[in-house]
Ligand binder design. Structure first.
Ligand code: GDP
Ligand code: MG
Length: 308
């Protein structure tokens, strides 16, 4: 088997569900070079239940993720976790904190945890994350959990990647105001008030409730779950809410729409990246300097991008 070319060997090992092959595949994604592999495994995708946890730093996403992994494992489901933290000062691997919080799962073969570092992604962090989710899905995980920092215009649009998006909020931090500002209402399928042991937790719960009362929902109405990720309290309720949302997506057929939107989003990302590279190349070759910028842009486009 060692005489197989590197790619075939990687694909072979991937198909045998060797964790090292998945790790290498995701490294390729981070280098913007997973295209060939994604092509080869794409027909295996579409099975995983994907869920996203987003929210500000320190709210307890990683602790919640660990609790959800435990819950899923208890149900006999295998889980892949992609943790994205653009604020991480580390260029490789996980934040130490995330490592500790997710450490109990490290020896479990049916759990694979991968942190995406903030820098060094040739195809962009969002693209690398999307590929990682695709790879984990194809690898055969029942559940793929994506953790991303930030609410609002996050670099990684979690709602595109995950069928169920959980927005996690922290009591006593003014988060509910942030939520209103960022227009996060549209992406939250489930609101999670973590640190329910905090004295302000009830107040945040009320604020979110009254915010939702002001909204008009068509279809799914976001659920609100109180958790204490550290003790595991509320994780069962959170899992039930995820299952209800998943059932809703399946019953209404919205799951297919989500899949289509995610696909279109990724195609757009890839095509845009290529166009940008071609444009930069053309600009380096010659930027007309003796005309106004509008004329220059017109010429550039007609010279390099007009296929007619
Ligand atoms: N009091 C309290 N602390 C929590 C709870 N969940 C997580 N934490 C703590 O909050 C801190 C940040 O947690 P972490 O999961 O790393 O947050 P992340 O940055 O959103 O991933 C850690 O010190 C956790 O131990 C909770 O339910 N109650
Ligand atoms: Mg974290």
């Amino acid at each position: 088997m060692s005489d197989l070319p590197a790619f075939d060997e990687l694909l072979h090992d991937f198909e045998l569900r060797k964790p090292r092959a998945l790790a290498r595949a995701i490294s390729l994604a981070e280098a913007g070079r997973a295209g060939e592999l994604v092509r080869a495994i794409y027909e295996r995708t579409g099975r995983a239940m994907t869920m996203g946890l987003t929210g500000p730093p320190g709210v307890g996403k990683s602790t919640l993720a660990s609790g959800l992994v435990r819950k899923a494992r208890g149900l006999g489901k295998s889980v892949g976790v992609v943790s994205v933290d653009p604020s991480s000062p580390f260029s490789h691997g996980a934040l130490l904190g995330d490592r500790i919080r997710l450490a109990e799962h490290f020896t479990d073969d049916e759990v694979f945890i991968r942190s995406m570092a903030s820098r060094g992604h040739l195809g962009g962090l969002a693209g690398a994350t999307a590929d990682a989710v695709t790879l984990m899905d194809a690898f055969g995980f029942d559940v793929v959990l994506i953790e991303t920092v930030g609410v609002g215009q996050s670099e990684v649009a979690i709602a595109e990647l995950a069928q169920t998006t959980m927005v996690t909020l922290q009591p006593g931090s003014g988060d509910s105001i942030q939520v209103l500002k960022a227009g996060i209402m549209e992406i939250a399928d489930i609101f999670v008030v973590n640190k329910a042991d905090h004295p302000m937790a009830k107040q945040l719960q009320r604020e979110i409730r009254s915010m939702m009362e002001m909204q008009q929902f068509t279809g799914w109405v976001p659920e609100l779950v109180m958790t204490q990720a550290l003790s595991g309290e509320g994780i069962d309720e959170l899992w039930s809410a995820i299952e209800r949302h998943n059932a809703y997506l399946n019953e209404t057929g919205e799951i297919a729409r989500h899949r289509r939107d995610a696909f279109t989003h990724r195609v757009r990302q890839l095509a845009l990246g290529r166009l940008e590279r071609r444009l930069d190349h053309a600009l380096r070759a010659q930027t007309p300097a003796d005309v106004d910028p509008y004329e220059a842009a017109d010429r550039l486009l007609s010279q390099h991008f007009d296929d007619r």
